[in-house]
Design a protein around this ligand. Structure first.
Ligand code: HEC
Ligand code: CU
Length: 350
């Protein structure tokens, strides 16, 4: 008996560590257990139901086992063989019927939710439509009705239904915002997957690629930023404004010939790569370097620092990304472009 307690004691630190590790995941809101919108709440409800049913089963089975083990244990000096029993109709019916009832209790709401969450809002005039295209290793967000294309940060108005149509530009990825909605695969080719969600509360929600897609799969983060409707309207207007080139002609030249060959800012440049309009006021650079001056986040820095790190050596941040090695910058060009981009902000929040 003593030994067993020591075993539990030894296990305790490990358990405590696991609690800490699991709690640390919660900091970034990468948890389905902290739903922030109706879709995630519905999914969480199903999880709770399934876990409750399993808990009831576990408790009853363990209680019966314990009772039997103790009550009918072999006592000292008792060498008789107990009565052998084979088959019991009553018991067999009970342990067949109870699981069937449990499966019905679990199955009916599950099927209901499956249909509920498969609703198609892509033709709903009140919904905000977004075409999501995944790339190795970034996310493109197009608002077809507003004529806007942006990247890495999905700005949405609170309370509105967001109708997502998702596809991939290269390999299979999966679009997942744990605290707002379940995930859907983004497929290469013509196959478009749909889902919807909404965020009643303003805030920044972390999104992830949930399908192993290459060496930087684990870094393929994005943000969903929910703002009130008037801020959203200001954002949609601001992001469509023309943008001026860097004022220093040498920096402007470098930016045009080395960056705008791929990227767009305002009405300049190409549409195929992440649109950098407003990059200075985004929550992150590359979806993964969080812009903050809070020393609590050790791996992150100010917008300027993050842009500098990224532009200087994108491969060191996201190995194998498509920008790596595409250009050479002098120190002066690097600083000039970083400074320019860090001030390329959109003023839409109150
Ligand atoms: C060959 C095309 C290409 C060129 C040239 C290029 N980039 Fe990029 N850039 C990309 C791609 C692709 C990404 C997305 C990488 C990822 O996250 O996987 C990116 C991402 C970025 C990001 C992060 C975007 C975001 O939404 O957070 C910044 C900032 C950036 N590039 C700046 C620059 C600058 C400055 C230059 C010029 C010095 C440049 N890029 C040149 C293709 C290019
Ligand atoms: Cu991916």
């Amino acid at each position: 008996m003593m030994k067993r307690w020591q075993f539990v004691k030894r296990l305790a630190p490990l358990m405590a560590m696991m609690v800490l590790v699991l709690a640390a995941c919660g900091r970034e809101d990468l948890s389905t257990l902290n739903p922030q919108g109706p879709v995630a709440e519905e999914q969480f409800g199903l999880m709770k139901l399934a876990i409750s049913i399993m808990l009831v089963v576990i408790v009853i089975v363990f209680a019966i086992s314990l009772y039997v083990i103790i009550r009918f244990r072999r006592r000292k000096g008792d060498n008789t063989i107990p009565k052998q029993v084979e088959g019991n109709h009553k018991l067999e019916i009970i342990w067949t019927v109870i699981p069937i009832i449990m499966l019905i209790i679990l199955g009916v709401p599950t099927v209901q939710s499956v249909f509920n969450l498969a609703k198609d809002y892509s033709k709903d005039p009140d919904a905000v439509k977004v075409i999501v295209t995944s790339h190795q290793y970034w996310w493109e967000f197009e608002y077809p009705e507003l004529g806007i294309k942006t990247a890495q940060e999905l700005i949405i108005p609170t309370g509105k239904t967001i109708a997502i149509e998702a596809k991939s530009a290269d390999v299979l990825h999966s679009f997942w915002i744990p605290s707002l909605a379940g995930k859907i695969d983004t497929n290469p080719g013509a196959n478009v997957n749909k889902m919807y969600f909404s965020a009643p509360k303003e805030g920044v929600y972390l999104g992830k690629c949930a399908e192993l897609c290459g060496p930087s799969h684990g870094l393929m983060d994005f943000k969903v930023k929910a703002v009130d409707e008037s801020s959203f309207d200001r954002w949609t207007a601001a992001i469509q404004e023309p943008v001026a080139l860097p004022s220093d002609p040498a920096v402007a030249e470098a930016f045009q010939s080395k960056c705008l060959t791929c990227h767009a800012v305002g009405d300049l440049g190409g549409p195929a790569f992440p649109n950098l309009t407003g990059i200075g006021s985004r929550e992150s650079v590359g979806g993964i370097l969080v812009n903050t001056d809070d020393p609590q986040y050790s791996n992150e820095g100010s917008v300027y620092d993050n842009l500098y790190r990224w532009i200087k050596d994108p491969n060191s941040i996201k190995p194998g990304n498509q920008m790596a090695g595409a250009y050479d910058l002098t120190d002066q060009e690097l600083k000039g472009i970083t400074d320019y981009l860090s001030k390329l902000t959109l003023d839409y929040e109150q």
